[in-house]
Design a protein around this ligand. Sequence first.
Ligand SMILES: [Zn+2]
Length: 342
Amino acid sequence: MIIAGTCHPPLSAERLAAELELMPDGTLTLRCGEHTGEWSADTLVLSAPLGRLPAQITFPDGWLFKAAENKILADWIQAHTGKQSQWLHKLERHWLAIVVSIVFLIALGAGTYRYGIPAASHTMARMLPKAVPEYIGKAVLETLDEYLFKPSQLDEQEQWQIRDRFALLQDNLPPLPFEPKIVFRSWQKGPNAFALSDGTIVVTDSLVELATTPAELDSVLLHEVGHVYHQHVMEAVVQSTLLSVSVALLTGESSGLADNLTGAGVFIASSGYSRDAEREADSFAAEQMIKQYGTTEPMAAMFSRFMEYDNGSEIPEWLQSHPDLYQRIEAVKAQDHSMLSE
Ligand SMILES: [Zn+2]
């Protein structure tokens, strides 16, 4: 049986037409442009259809499929996954998911009722025990390491130079909810950096190579620290999980909650912040650049440098709000001027 739909490549917001072939033996094949992947049903992260929203499948290699036709896919999934027993077993193993559910349950009614979902996510992200973002951050990095990243090719000495310099910058930052920890990875898709929920900042080798001065690299690191400072990752994870958790609570089906959290974390790490979140991260970075370097010029230079870089590569996280890119450059410059003239 073949189901039409759309797919997203790993860590990408790009959307392609796709088809999913469902086999009676519980395996399925995703065909999406040049990409083909064959999987068995029990290796997948599945999000059940919510009302009219499409059913969504996250594959272990990071590809994502959204079905145009919910019913057939939902029935097939129902028939070929371990159903309740396996899900309950998973939930037992992931005790943190239970903690999360309880916190959500308490905050859900009050939070959503009083402030609406974005504001509730803001509050709830800060109510979670620290173990939750720590667990998710670790799980997300493990997933990315398994499927996307390769070990960094930078020599140890260069890595430590960057970390040491950043440690000095950090002494002058406002208190952060998590200690930023810089890790380096090689990634074929070019210059990028990602903040994870536990404060880990993943920096790709090509980002280090793209920067021509320490200040330029620091401007991107500070943007990521801005996401850590404002806890954007957990906010987004909470927000995207709110609906599925409330459905789980209502229907009594707590399927793969921990997997969903990790899946959401992986997706959000690269493509999921709102424009507001990007502006907040930029603003944090601009303020710190002025404080520590006396200028935001290196930030604007990094924006332009990326635009000159091989444009076949994807828009990286720190340029994620790219329709606003020129506005962002202008905003950064304006912030520079207004703060310098104060
Ligand atoms: Zn960002």
